[in-house]
Design a protein around this ligand. Structure first.
Ligand SMILES: [Fe+2]
Ligand SMILES: [Fe+2]
Length: 372
């Protein structure tokens, strides 16, 4: 008879049943009927608080870049579909997640290459790391992309990525909610019947239509569940952070932080993925907090460190790191002169939509102060 784990806790209200020969025989009988006694697993499947299987990880760009570039010679986009080195969390290898239910990878393309057009249930984003001439086409809207630009490929939209012939090798981070879609058993994938889509609009038309702070097109109708802006350029984002910094002391936990939003609703950019850019002023170190929801960060500017789950991770530009759900985290700018900026994407729209968002500040007196 195989040893069966029994998750006992000596706490009133929790399961605490000692094994006896009779009970073990009973458990065996249940198992043969594809059933089980809840009290043997209740304490495991209902932890007192979220118990993330993910561990905090920092992926250094300096370590990964050469390997990413090497894949250019190893596989063609026609073979691989997408030429990507994905980030694998040691606690989440079974679902190919970088953290929680989020996927991340570094994609690379040579000038003149185009990956085949496709669409999927997973929502996706790109954050450009290096190179000139990258572009994405989403449902016939072509967008030119530069360093630190952020672009959406929302669920169900046809999309393809490429680099113009006169460009340079381009690397970007791909962020998706593939693991979440698989967990929900709702993931579909389709290759475009012609492998390419027609560009049906002027280049960058969505940014030119929807990308004006405080203004929106008078005739603008937009009812889909994602932002029509599709692309958020770095220059405008950084300028907005600098202006906001003149007006605020910022959050004690995040410094000067702006969320990327859907300009038609003010809500998150996609239904399942939110994103933000935060600036840590010279010498700034934030207070620790924790919340439900997972996040993947990429250093967009400057250098610093984050303490995640009690461990320090030093980051520089283009490094990527993750914060698992309900892990304490705080961020610091290592420079006394330059600001530092962190891009992040997360599953907070899911947490909020399902009523699961919860946040806690690390208390000054060693205790915890909970916020609703
Ligand atoms: Fe895709
Ligand atoms: Fe946070």
């Amino acid at each position: 008879m195989a040893a069966r784990e029994n998750f006992r806790e000596d706490v009133p209200g929790r399961a605490n049943v000692a094994d006896t020969p009779e009970l073990i025989a009973y458990y065996d009988e249940l198992e043969r009927l594809q059933a089980g006694a809840l009290w043997t697993v209740a304490n495991k499947i209902e932890p007192w608080q979220p118990a993330s299987a993910s561990v905090p990880v920092l992926w250094r760009y300096a370590d990964l870049r050469a390997h990413v570039l090497r894949s250019l010679a190893l596989v063609a986009p026609e073979q691989a579909g997408r030429r990507v080195v994905y980030l694998s969390n040691p606690g989440r290898r079974d679902v190919s997640a970088a953290v929680g239910w989020l996927y991340s990878g570094l994609q690379v393309m040579n000038p003149g290459e185009v990956a085949s057009a496709h669409r999927h249930t997973a929502s996706a984003l790109r954050f450009i790391m290096e190179g000139e001439g990258a572009y994405t086409v989403v449902d016939g809207h072509k967008m030119t992309l530069g360093r630190n630009d952020f672009v959406l490929t929302p669920n169900g939209t046809w999309h393809e990525h490429g680099v113009e012939a006169q460009g340079t090798p381009c690397i970007w981070q791909d962020g998706l909610d593939i693991p979440l879609m698989n967990a929900l058993e709702a993931n579909f994938y389709q290759v475009h019947p012609e492998l390419r889509q027609q560009v049906g609009h002027p280049v960058d038309d969505m940014a030119n239509t929807w990308g004006h702070p405080g203004l929106r097109p008078s005739a603008g109708e937009w009812t889909r569940g994602y932002s029509p802006l599709l692309k958020y350029e770095w220059a405008a984002t950084y300028a907005a952070l600098q202006r906001y910094a003149r007006a605020t002391d910022g959050s004690a936990f995040d410094g000067v932080m702006l969320d990327y939003v859907n300009p038609a609703t003010g809500g998150p950019v996609m239904q399942t993925i939110g994103a933000s850019m935060q600036m840590l002023r010279p010498g700034e170190r934030t207070r620790a907090h924790r919340h439900t929801g997972s996040a993947i960060y990429q250093a967009a500017k400057g250098s610093g460190y984050s303490i995640i789950g009690g461990k320090r991770f030093d980051w520089a530009e283009r490094d990527i790191f993750c914060v698992p759900s309900w892990s304490w985290h705080e961020h610091a700018n290592a420079s006394e002169r330059e600001d530092a900026c962190l891009f992040a994407f997360n599953d907070l729209p899911v947490m909020r939509a399902l009523g699961l968002y919860r946040e806690e500040a690390y208390g000054d007196n060693g205790g915890y102060q909970q916020r609703a």
